[in-house]
Write a protein that binds this ligand. Structure first.
Ligand SMILES: [Zn+2]
Length: 81
């Protein structure tokens, strides 16, 4: 027979404290409702024998830097509109 009791277990979780743009280094702000301004977030795990052999890169880009990036692309990304 097992006798159970309720205990409080403290659990640590990783939460996002701040987000910074990898290009300009500026903080991505939250609005008055607590939501971050929209930004580009990329996570890429590079394959074996690539230039970044098995590395994972996580990149966040603010809207202003994304616009500059977009303006400098010779071929614009395809959009659905
Ligand atoms: Zn930026």
């Amino acid at each position: 027979m097992k006798i159970h009791e309720n205990i409080i277990i403290e659990k640590q979780e990783k939460v996002i404290q701040n987000i910074f743009c990898n290009i300009c280094g500026e903080k991505i702000h939250k609005n008055e409702l607590g939501y971050y301004d929209d930004f580009l977030s990329i996570e890429k795990r590079w394959g074996y024998h690539s230039q970044f052999d098995d590395e994972t890169h996580c990149i966040d880009v603010c809207q202003l830097c994304y616009k500059i990036l977009l303006d400098n692309m010779k071929l614009k990304p395809e959009c659905d509109n």
